[in-house]
Design a protein around this ligand. Structure first.
Ligand code: ADP
Length: 266
């Protein structure tokens, strides 16, 4: 608690009393800590690929480049690490836009089927690379008042995760249906699953259940934080149903229109 005090004088400058303000700053302190934590995390996440890029470049310049195979291998690493940096910066920008105080959602009427057909080519390619069986089960004529780009981002992030955290020749399914006043998106996989104690934490920025493994899959650690933000700004809900070693289901419920979402809130 922070205390600020000030004396009160009357018109003849005689002391009449005092005001005391007691501020409960626990919440502010917490925010401050979270901010510091975030800056430390971002710095670390940026530093890792940069250290690797400059290290490999330096080794090449110091003579390793004379060997053609080494040159190729090191350039590959430098290329991959640069891509990683790029993705991280893009995700940070997405998050910071969503977190802006004056963030305004631009809702239009979105045809969910055409949205899915825009997303699938990207996802299908990733699934094929891993030999994962990708199925879609999308109801016809599902319409949604939402920001198309953001809903697309939800699908891309959840489906990419489902593919990343499912071993080769596993199964990933996207199902979309209408339920009451909501559009219900389900992303189902039969992958590694998430332990019960980790589930509440996966939406935190940079939280990874298995750091080494996630690093190899190339994720930024921000995918689900972005998804959660997008769902929140649409007044939607996200739930996770998962069992370790069995697989996961991510459920997203988005209100079909703004009126529906304000009704359900009030
Ligand atoms: P990342 O870039 O590490 O994938 P995310 O924010 O997308 O970051 O996810 C956070 C963590 O949640 C992941 O590192 C992973 O441990 C876990 N996770 C997310 N999706 C799945 C899934 N479908 N199956 C198992 N674990 C998952």
């Amino acid at each position: 608690i922070e205390i600020i005090g000030a004396p009160i004088f009357n018109e003849r400058n005689m002391l009449r009393g005092a005001v005391l303000l007691l501020y409960d700053i626990t919440h502010l302190k917490k925010l401050e800590l979270m901010r510091k934590d975030f800056v430390a995390n971002v710095s670390h996440e940026l530093k890792t690929p940069i250290t690797s890029i400059s290290g490999f470049a330096e080794t090449l310049l110091n003579g390793a480049m004379d060997d053609k195979d080494t040159l190729r291998d090191f350039l590959m690493i430098i290329h991959d690490e640069s891509t990683r940096l790029q993705e991280l910066i893009e995700d940070l920008l997405k998050l910071s836009r969503l977190e802006k105080d004056d963030f305004k959602l631009v809702r239009t009427t979105v045809d969910v089927n055409s949205l899915v057909s825009e997303v699938m080519p990207i996802i299908t390619q990733r699934a094929e690379q891993k030999g994962i069986d990708l199925k879609t089960d999308v109801a016809d004529d599902v319409m949604l008042e939402a920001e198309a780009q953001q809903v697309k981002q939800i699908l891309i992030n959840l489906l990419s995760n489902a593919i990343s955290y499912t071993p080769e020749s596993g199964e990933v399914r996207l199902a979309i249906s209408e339920e009451d006043n909501n559009v219900h998106i389900q992303v189902v996989d039969n992958g590694i699953g998430i332990s019960e104690d980790a589930i509440p934490r996966i939406f935190e920025r940079f939280y990874r259940v298995d750091k080494a493994r996630s690093r190899n899959t190339g994720g930024t650690g921000l995918g689900l934080a972005i998804v959660k933000h997008i769902v929140d700004v649409h007044d939607g809900t996200i739930l996770v149903d998962s069992e370790q070693g069995e697989g996961s289901v991510f459920h997203v419920y988005l209100p079909k229109s703004e009126e529906v979402s304000s009704q359900s809130m009030g």
